[in-house]
Design a protein around this ligand. Structure first.
Ligand SMILES: *[C@@H]1O[C@H](CO)[C@@H](O)[C@H](O)[C@H]1NC(C)=O
Ligand SMILES: *[C@@H]1O[C@H](CO)[C@@H](O)[C@H](O)[C@H]1NC(C)=O
Ligand SMILES: *[C@@H]1O[C@H](CO)[C@@H](O)[C@H](O)[C@H]1NC(C)=O
Ligand SMILES: *[C@@H]1O[C@H](CO)[C@@H](O)[C@H](O)[C@H]1NC(C)=O
Ligand SMILES: *[C@@H]1O[C@H](CO)[C@@H](O)[C@H](O)[C@H]1NC(C)=O
Ligand SMILES: *[C@@H]1O[C@H](CO)[C@@H](O)[C@H](O)[C@H]1NC(C)=O
Ligand SMILES: *[C@@H]1O[C@H](CO)[C@@H](O)[C@H](O)[C@H]1NC(C)=O
Ligand SMILES: *[C@@H]1O[C@H](CO)[C@@H](O)[C@H](O)[C@H]1NC(C)=O
Length: 904
């Protein structure tokens, strides 16, 4: 098949005149002082719709969504020259495609974000080099500086011999050019007519004026660079990649206008083209042909693609396809046929996107649809090409590749005579399928070994038993009310109606006829074959309706009689429902001696008494004192021996010995935030910020932790200039300086011994280490205990931080908190590195402990160069020596063995 691409044909002719970039602009001959015979014009192939532009957009691969064009952007060469844009019109008559354009010209009236698209008869502005009368604007007046017209016979020229005239046709030609497609016919040659009509057909020219667009600067595609000759460095921009989307953040709003004045474009002057390669935009002679050299590659040709291509970039070359016909895939410029059973394919010949007949697509492969008898097959829809068979069929050895039907009732078999599995309701017996015997629905091993039953039967073991009618207990036929052999409770075998069960009389549970009951429902007694209801207050009775065996609620059985209840004040009584006949009283009541038989209430809170003044047991929360019940005194909840001797406390109080004290912060030890025991530093339940509970004590967190949890070095928040990473605090120098996290500035990166300054709260030591100031010092100088600033709540006094008491007095320097000013024997808690003793003094932790708990040698943290191991601080140096020694020992052993071997 031969496929051609037909372009609008505009073949230029080679010319033999000498031109250069400085050749005069036809619209400005006077100022250039050149001969009127040597003038340059705009190139016709730069007009919208030229075959060269159409061919280029196809070759560059954008023709599916865009076409190419040239024109002016903005009002200065710097803004316009050689920059490329993608533009999409957004109005009532939008063209089908976007347009990718390059700036080659400038318009004095072109605003920013406005593109003035070059199209034949698009309107000339201040200058006209197209037709007579040629004119040029010269600072306030048109003058005769123009050279010879490019198209002297053009009617457009006669419409507008003088643009200053108020002539609507002239105004149109001057500003917007031709406005009716039919006017294109007035242009002087057929190529110009076609290009003019193209602009109407593709809607790049409508009756709309300045058109709304969205636009985006893009990297110039090679086709536009080739047709302008101008290549600016725009490698930082992206090539177009599809139609513009208004949501693209680089897209801006713009306007589209059009023009054509035949004048040499402003970007054809080298000086106007900044940052571009040597070449400026090409200009042309009066025939519209490039004047620099005789580059005929701008000619448009009719491409005759190789038969294998759908579209191509070169004629008759099978390796220059740009797209392929259906059934082919483009591989390295060539169209290669998709491999059957692919109908269409992509990326490679066997990556299917659709399949030939009888095959179905599964992922990217085509799978044959087998004949209905085959399960798998080597050829679709062929009953003789099966590889395996569907259920109920077997591969027939006599007829290779075809599937024959298994014997009746057989679901899978290997031959006509050897079945392997059977339909439901059949059992496989020596290769044959035999029907299960009713009432088996399905069976196994034999026809009467049931695995399920037909309706009306239930499986019991491997047999199916009939379900009798609901009136029968046993039966000779299932679900048949006339085939009972015995009856359910409440029914009897009716002699008149053999085989059926009739309901016993009312209130009778078993009987032999409708007149001879044998047992009765609860609450009834059998009397001469009928059931009689028991008389209240009997609940159940025997022998007669008033001989009780149980009583209704509230009555008690006495012999065979049911007695009415006592009065509510009695526990027991000699007469029911009589408050004067009590023989004993309910809890909280006693028998009133002065009013025999009545119960009187015990005194308040007494649960058991013998008289008003002799209580024997008290209600909860009261105790017995001199025969009376007294309430425990709050905050005791329960008490014993005296109302203030607590056994438990009301909510909010804690038992301490036999007294209850408030568990709120007011009564807690000064070092605690909350506590389980008042005024005891070993019973803190939570601590102030910067401290954590350790063994009931509040211990300070280790800098640079601001707050911590678990242990003093496990930070939950950090002091200023540090940030939390996991549960350690890392210096915020990290990102910029690469110093060790403990340094603020440093002389060697990543080295904790090369700090040159430290963050607030740290002290630089002679060895280049940053050490934390000892809390409550916030800043220190010279040594970690020489405070220059304190944590909140403390004040510096002669180099130490002391707690500021509420009355402005201060604690002794070793106390962190105290109960009395300037008295080292009244510490409530100690500064870090000290331990509170039982006599309220602070004792220093023994070096190498830095902080301690319990005793001065039980370490919580260590001084520099020591590590904590099981509450002891071990020298890092000592650990190293140990390793070295063992290494020396091993070496000595090896040498010794070697000597021994040598000796042997
Ligand atoms: C412009 O310069 C670039 C980089 O040197 C080069 O690749 C490109 O071909 C040049 N374009 C022209 C039109 O000379
Ligand atoms: C069964 O007991 C109910 C309720 O006590 C009674 O109304 C009815 O008459 C009794 N039926 C017979 C047949 O005794
Ligand atoms: C008992 O059954 C017989 C026969 O159905 C019937 O004639 C008779 O009235 C029944 N007697 C009672 C007490 O229901
Ligand atoms: C006990 O009985 C006497 C005589 O009836 C009566 O006055 C007295 O109030 C009773 N005591 C109480 C606690 O009810
Ligand atoms: C008295 O205390 C007991 C045991 O604590 C408890 O089970 C009972 O509910 C309490 N009674 C009252 C009235 O509070
Ligand atoms: C303590 O700090 C002060 C103030 O910076 C300083 O003058 C003094 O020498 C320091 N003392 C010691 C022992 O480092
Ligand atoms: C400050 O401390 C130093 C050394 O401990 C001591 O000699 C001096 O008297 C103290 N000054 C005051 C005002 O307490
Ligand atoms: C600390 O307390 C001791 C003993 O009570 C006392 O001698 C000393 O002067 C106190 N020091 C300060 C700075 O208050």
């Amino acid at each position: 098949m031969l496929s051609n691409i037909l372009y609008l044909v505009f073949i230029s002719q080679a010319i033999a005149q000498s031109y250069d970039y400085n050749t005069s602009n036809v619209c400005d001959v006077g100022s250039q002082g050149k001969s009127q015979n040597q003038v340059a014009y705009m190139c016709t192939h730069q007009a919208l719709g030229s075959c060269q532009l159409q061919q280029a957009v196809q070759t560059d691969g954008y023709s599916s969504f865009a076409e190419y064009g040239f024109g002016g952007y903005g009002n200065s060469p710097q803004a316009s020259c050689c920059r490329c844009f993608q533009i999409q019109v957004q109005d009532s008559d939008t063209p089908a495609k976007d347009i990718i354009v390059q700036g080659i010209n400038t318009g004095g009236d072109v605003n920013s974000n406005q593109f003035d698209l070059s199209m034949i008869a698009g309107g000339f502005g201040a200058n006209n080099g197209c037709a007579n009368k040629v004119f040029a604007w010269n600072g306030g007046a048109w003058d005769g500086r123009a050279g010879p017209a490019q198209y002297p016979s053009s009617a457009a020229g006669s419409w507008c011999s003088d643009p200053t005239q108020d002539n609507s046709q002239c105004q149109n030609a001057y500003s917007g050019g031709i406005t009716k497609k039919s006017d294109c016919a007035k242009l002087p040659n057929n190529n110009l007519v076609q290009l003019c009509e193209y602009s109407f057909d593709t809607k790049w020219r409508t009756t709309n004026g300045n058109r709304d667009t969205i636009m985006k600067e893009v990297r110039c595609p090679p086709g536009l660079i080739k047709l302008s000759g101008c290549d600016k460095d725009d490698s930082s921009l992206s090539y177009p990649s599809g139609k513009l989307s208004a949501s693209d953040p680089k897209v801006v709003k713009g306007k589209l206008t059009h023009m054509w004045d035949c004048c040499k474009p402003s970007c054809s002057w080298k000086d106007n083209v900044s940052n571009a390669n040597d070449t400026a935009v090409m200009s042309c002679d009066a025939s519209g042909t490039n004047i620099l050299g005789t580059n005929t590659s701008f000619q448009c040709v009719t491409l005759t693609c190789d038969a294998s291509c759908k579209t191509c970039s070169a004629s008759n070359d099978a390796s220059k396809c740009t797209s392929c016909n259906d059934g082919y895939v483009l591989l390295g410029g060539r169209c290669q046929a998709c491999q059957s059973p692919c109908q269409n394919c992509q990326t490679d010949t066997n990556i299917c996107t659709s399949c030939i007949k009888d095959y179905t697509l599964s992922g990217n492969t085509c799978q044959g649809t087998c004949d209905s008898t085959c399960k798998t097959c080597s050829k679709p829809l062929d009953s003789t090409q099966c590889n395996s068979c569907n259920s109920g069929f077997y591969l027939n050895g006599n007829n290779v590749g075809s599937c024959a039907q298994c014997p009746q009732f057989c679901t899978s078999c290997t031959s006509n005579s050897s079945c392997q599995s059977c339909n439901d309701g059949y059992v496989l017996l020596s290769g044959n399928c035999q029907a299960c015997q009713s009432p088996c629905q399905n069976c196994q091993t034999d026809t009467n070994i049931c695995t399920s039953c037909i309706k009306g039967y239930t499986l019991s073991g491997n047999t199916c038993q009939g379900t009798c009618d609901s009136t029968c207990k046993t039966c000779s036929k299932p679900l048949d009310s006339t085939q009972c052999t015995s009856c359910n409770s409440g029914f009897y075998l009716n002699g008149n109606n053999v085989g059926s069960c009739t309901q016993c009389p009312q209130n009778c549970t078993s009987c032999t006829s409708n007149s001879t009951c044998q047992s009765c429902n609860d609450g009834y007694v059998l009397l001469s074959g009928t059931c009689q209801v028991c008389q209240s207050p009997c609940q159940n009775c025997q022998t007669d309706t008033n001989i009780c065996t149980s009583c209704i609620r509230g009555y008690t059985l006495n012999g065979n009689k049911c007695q009415a209840p006592c009065d509510s004040s009695c526990k027991n009584c000699s007469k029911p429902q009589d408050a004067t006949q009590c023989t004993s009283c309910n809890s909280g009541f006693y028998l009133n001696g002065t009013n025999v038989g009545t119960c009187a209430q015990c005194s308040s809170n007494c649960s058991s008494c013998t008289s008003q003044n002799s209580c024997q047991a008290c209600n909860n929360n009261t105790i017995l004192v001199n025969g009376q019940c007294q309430s425990c005194t709050s905050p005791c909840q329960t008490c014993q021996t005296s109302v203030t001797n607590c056994l438990s406390c009301v909510s909010g109080y804690t038992l301490n010995g036999n007294t209850c004290s408030a568990s709120n912060s007011g009564n807690c030890h000064l070092s605690c935030k909350t506590c389980s025991k008042p005024n005891d530093q070993n019973f803190c339940t939570s601590c102030p910020t910067g401290y954590l509970v350790l063994g009931g004590n509040c211990q300070p967190c280790q800098k640079p932790c601001q707050d911590c949890s678990g242990n003093p070095n496990s930070c939950t928040s950090c002091i200023a200039n540090y940030s939390l990473s996991g549960n350690t605090c890392v210096g915020s120098n990290q990102d910029q300086t690469q110093c060790h996290s403990s340094c603020k500035t440093c002389s060697v990166q990543h080295d904790q011994n090369a700090c040159t300054s430290c963050f607030d709260g740290f002290l630089i030591l002679g060895n280049g280490n940053c050490q934390p100031c000892q809390p409550p010092c916030f800043n220190c100088s010279g040594n970690p205990n020489n405070c220059t600033a304190c944590e909140s709540g403390f004040a510096v006094q002669n180099g130490t931080c002391t707690k500021v008491l509420s009355d402005n007095k201060q604690c002794n320097s070793t106390c962190q908190t105290c109960t009395q000013a300037n008295n080292a024997n009244t510490c409530a808690s100690c500064v870090s590195g000290f331990l509170l003793t039982s006599n309220n003094t602070c004792q220093a932790c023994q070096s190498p402990c830095q902080t301690c708990s319990g005793s001065t040698t039980s370490c919580l943290s260590c001084i520099a160069n020591y590590t904590l191991q099981d509450k002891q601080c071990v020298s890092k140096f000592a650990a190293t020596v140990k390793t070295t020694n063992s290494g020396i020992l091993k070496l000595a052993l090896v040498v010794l063995i070697a000597i021994l071997i040598l000796l042997i």
